[in-house]
Design a protein around this ligand. Structure first.
Ligand SMILES: [Zn+2]
Length: 494
């Protein structure tokens, strides 16, 4: 069986000013043809899992293209159209094929195209015709459109958040594809979607968190053979589009009615727990004071409104201002996206002392730059390898990066806004967070991997491109009523 394989993974954010172009994808992973196999080989990504599952079944893998872009605002339209054409033309040139496997994120947006994954799947469907099964793995935060469902046979979301099962999800999506290609079952897929969005911070599948119960229910339904695959998408909430909402999805063997019922059941599992997604949060000043008063050896301060993993710029200095003002001598670490300061510090050299204006250079809407007097402590190339997550074992780079010393604070200024899995970005630049009382993270979930008996966290609220309070966003395209802006006893479908 000949199976075409491609990936295009990017998480967009309508509120973010970040724009990602060809060079940004090239830095994170943009390869073609046979290079795709080397890019995936031995990794823990969805693409790698899909390819290995196909190879285990002795399929002929036909690699087309892999594009990995992380999270940001939107992708430049012209670049996406190039990628789209390459994938579709690449697949058309390899016909006849028995199937197609794709590793997608599912929440990408471009300047004009707001449903790029739908465009990819529709284009591939047109190329291969109706009889060739198409299967795709998706992030748990995917925005699944009707066009995606109409043009794919099988869509499978990550089961975990923090995302630790990208590889397994790729395997699952490819495994179901193999079954469909062999004619062992006839996949029928349905989604159900409510006009509701949930705070990402409360979406962990760990312990007895609300999403853990949703996940357990999905696995139970699969174990009962009521569906081959059950997925739940609490969705990337910062997408300003009318059809974005929490989604349940089911794939069954030819039974549309059962798929509808299971999709509805898993959607309601999310909906009934909606209030439990709201977690406590503090202002930066309150958070620093509360951290100093806590018994923990280390407190992680989660800069939720400026989450790089959610697509924000990562350049907000609001927490920096609070640490400098209220904990000037406390051992602390904070990473911020500030290429200008990084460049200036490289020019000044190690050991130099100078005045710097930190942050708020790309996204100037929420806070002013913070002026500090600091010493250039160390200079780095910023390269690290992900220790886990959807990019596990891939290399990435913060670009030229500097550590400035301001009293007890080690301030890491990076040339690229990069999402970390744990504390790779700090350790790559010589910062040992176990020695810090306060550590800042601009991610909404992966920090949980660092929690322990002696390490706690406090989340921050405030203004930004990834705010916790979704009801306060000035949405242009969402239709009312929607949760959580409107207290709906009965949710409305999208
Ligand atoms: Zn995600």
């Amino acid at each position: 069986m000949r199976v075409a394989v491609a990936s295009c993974e990017y998480e967009g954010n309508s509120l973010s000013l970040r724009v990602d172009r060809k060079e940004d994808f090239e830095r994170k992973g943009l390869v073609r043809g046979q290079q795709v196999l080397a890019f995936a080989n031995g990794k823990q990504t969805a693409l790698a899992g899909g390819i290995e599952a196909l190879q285990d079944e002795h399929c002929v893998v036909v690699p087309i293209l892999a594009a990995k872009g992380g999270a940001g605002g939107h992708v430049e339209e012209a670049f996406f159209q190039d990628i789209l054409a390459e994938i579709i033309n690449g697949i058309a040139a390899q016909l006849p094929l028995d199937g197609v496997y794709l590793a997608l994120h599912g929440a990408m947006i471009c300047d004009q195209e707001k449903d790029p994954e739908g465009a990819i799947l529709q284009g591939i469907r047109s190329a291969v015709g109706p009889g060739v099964p198409i299967s795709a793995s998706l992030d748990l935060h995917a925005h699944v459109s009707d066009r995606m469902v109409e043009n794919a046979d099988i869509l499978v979301g990550y089961e975990t958040y923090p995302h630790v099962d990208a590889y397994e999800t790729g395997k699952k999506a490819a495994g179901l594809l193999i079954g469909a290609m062999k004619g062992e079952f006839a996949p029928v897929m349905r989604i159900k979607k409510y006009n509701a969005i949930f705070p990402v911070l409360g979406g962990a599948t760990l312990g007895d968190a609300p999403m853990a119960k949703v996940a357990a229910k999905a696995r139970q339904i699969e174990d009962q053979n009521r569906a081959f695959s059950v997925s739940y998408f609490p969705v990337q909430p910062w997408l300003d589009m009318a059809d974005v909402g929490i989604t349940g999805l089911a794939v069954t063997d030819g039974d549309a009615e059962a798929a509808d019922a299971v999709a509805q059941e898993i959607l309601d599992e999310m909906w009934l727990r909606r209030r439990a997604f709201e977690l406590d949060a503090m202002t930066p000043e309150e958070a620093v004071k509360a951290a100093l008063a806590s018994d923990a050896k280390t407190t992680l301060l989660i800069d939720a409104p400026d989450s790089i993993g959610g697509g924000a710029a990562g350049d907000s200095p609001a927490l920096l201002a609070a640490i400098v003002a209220h904990a000037p001598d406390t051992a602390a670490a904070l990473c911020i996206y500030d290429p200008y300061t990084a460049q200036l510090a490289f020019e000044l050299g190690r050991g130099a002392e100078a005045e710097f204006e930190i942050g708020a250079w790309l996204d100037t809407r929420w806070a002013d730059p913070v002026k500090i007097k600091a010493t250039v402590e160390s200079l780095h190339d910023g390269t690290f390898i992900y220790t886990g997550g959807p990019a596990a074992s891939l290399e990435t780079t913060l670009g030229p990066s500097v550590v400035l010393r301001v009293g007890g604070l080690q301030l890491l200024c990076a040339s690229h806004a990069v999402y970390e899995n744990a504390d790779e970005h700090y350790s790559a630049c010589g910062i040992d967070i176990s020695q810090c009382r306060l550590v800042s993270f601009k991610n909404l979930m992966n920090f949980r991997k660092l929690l322990s008996d002696t390490v706690n966290f406090i989340a921050l609220h405030g203004l930004g491109a990834t705010p916790l309070r979704l009801q306060d966003v000035d949405w242009q395209n969402r239709k009312r009523p929607f949760w959580p802006a409107d207290d709906m006893a009965t949710p409305s479908f999208i």
